[in-house]
Ligand binder design. Sequence first.
Ligand code: ZN
Length: 148
Amino acid sequence: MTGVTARDVGRFRPEPWPEQITEDHLEFPHWDGLRSERLLLQRCAGCRAVQWGPEYICHRCHSFDLGYDEVSLTGTVYSWQRTWHAGTPADAEHLPYVTLVVQLTTAPRILLVGGLVGDQREPIAIGAALEGEFVHLDAYSLLLWRRA
Ligand SMILES: [Zn+2]
């Protein structure tokens, strides 16, 4: 957890479902990849398209021959939102926080939602460069994003 505080993790921890993903689950390679600090997304063996979230069929060519490939941990800000009001009392200690929509550099058709690491009050620009940062918890790992 390099440079990432518990405060950074708390608001993005998707409880409890990642613990329930077993090896036979469609999303398992993705979550297993995060554990070893690799971002793995589905790639079609037929047309080579990358897609996310995981499906049993390719969105582009309708092939069922899908696997997982590693993509780079760089991207840009496609969109963002700064939250100032807590949805629940437990969220109040994490305010404000920024939620990002990240456009991946090596798979620009993919948009990932993720949390921003670092100063949550600094200005954010659409198109700003981001780098992925892994956070390892007991049961699973998460990918957050830092300004590059
Ligand atoms: Zn395909």
